[in-house]
Structures are given as structure tokens and as C-alpha cells.
Design a protein around this ligand. Sequence first.
Ligand SMILES: Nc1ncnc2c1ncn2[C@@H]1O[C@H](COP(=O)(O)OP(=O)(O)O)[C@@H](O)[C@H]1O
Ligand SMILES: [Mg+2]
Length: 230
Amino acid sequence: MSLIELKDLSKEYTYGESSTYALKNVNLKIYGGDMIAIMGPSGAGKSTLLNILGCLDKHSSGTYILKGKNINDFSKKELSKIRNREIGFIFQNFALIPEYTVGENLELPLLYKNNFSIKKDKLNKEQRMKLIEKALKNVLISNLIDKKPSYLSGGQQQRVAIARALIANPDIILADEPTGALDQKTGQEIMNLLKEINKQGKTIIIVTHDSNIASYCDKTINVIDGIVKN
Ligand SMILES: Nc1ncnc2c1ncn2[C@@H]1O[C@H](COP(=O)(O)OP(=O)(O)O)[C@@H](O)[C@H]1O
Ligand SMILES: [Mg+2]
């Protein structure tokens, strides 16, 4: 069974009288363990597709099935829970909270997860610290736990963001231009890390307009003017 299935999915934006399709009749299947690149020119609909896959945005028509369940049937609260449990996000600009240390940035998804958990499943401080240490070790920056993001290089900040995406142990990692703000060598290091995480069993979907980045993936999906070709 596919992990993700889109059937005739469209996203329409309306501006007063007129409207435009950011995505049109997308049909797509993604399987557990896939590492997929989404490529296409600027304005093609890549981010729209990724945001819909991540339940950050809702489609206008068609069907999105995630792990056998129709997303249309979920309330806003249930969608928040799915985002927290099933999906980790990585952005081009890292999106770390500047006032928080690395450790505190990583603790946030765990505190958020506690909100959705029944009492016996809530993680206490010690359990949270263990998970934070493990996540930082996995991305090779254990020594940076008490530093604030501004102290770190771009590559180190993206490692923190990757650790944050993984900490609640989601099956799916979505990355929008994860190397877009990094130099080429650092970008390659980040892609090697994502490849390693894919080998650990995570399904990874990466938006990029760089074919070198796409070459780390097993499959490329092309988006042009809202039409997906795969
Ligand atoms: N919130 C929005 N409101 C209106 N139009 C939008 C919005 N987000 C994206 N669009 C439009 O949808 C199309 C696809 O955008 P996007 O998914 O951001 O493209 P990409 O990530 O491939 O550059 C563009 O024409 C863009 O202007
Ligand atoms: Mg985009």
C-alpha cells in the first residue's frame, strides 16, 4: 500500500473574480522509504504541493490519502496532530527560534507532542533530554546543545533543523529547498545526511530546482504550471 496517494487533486487560488490553479489534477503515489525530488521552475507549484502533502495547506478538490486515511475527514486539531506525529519539516531558511538554544528548539516539538498525548504517554524532562541528545548525536552536533542559532554556521543550523524534524519520530520528512541557503559543499553534506536518514527508514520528499540535489534522490517528480509529471 502507498504511504501517500493523491487522486485528481487540485489547488485553486481565487483573486476576486478570477482564479488560477497552482496544482491541477495531480495523481501521485509515494511509498514508504522513498526518497523523492520535486523539481520545476519558480511558480510551478512545488511549494504548494509540499505544503499540501504536509497538511499545512488544504487542497481545493480531489483526494489526499495518507496512511490509508482520507485527509478530508480530519478536523483542524486532528491535522495538527498528524503534522506533529507523522511529518517533519525542513525549510530553506532553517526556521529556528533565535532566542532559544539548540536544545530548546528541539524540545518544542516534544512539548507540543505532549499536548496531544494522554497522561501516561507524556514525556518528562529527563525523557525529553534523552531524545534531544540522541537527535543531536544523529546529526553530529552534540556539542552545540547550549548554543543559540546565531552562533552557528548555516550548515550547523540546518543540522539542528533536521534534528528537530526527526525528534518526534515521524515517518515522513518534507524539505523545501533545504540546501538553497548553503554553499555547494555544505549542501552536499546536508544531502548526504538526508540520504543516511532515508536509509534509516524515513520517507523523504525534497523540493529543489537543482538537478545535483535531485541526483541524491531515487526518483524525480516534475511540476510545470501546476501539472505533475512522474
Ligand atoms: N497563498 C497564495 N495565494 C495566491 N496564490 C498563490 C499562493 N501561494 C502560491 N500561489 C500561486 O501558486 C503558484 C505556485 O506557487 P508555488 O507553489 O509557491 O511555486 P514554487 O514553489 O514552484 O515556486 C504561483 O503562481 C503562485 O503565485
Ligand atoms: Mg517554492
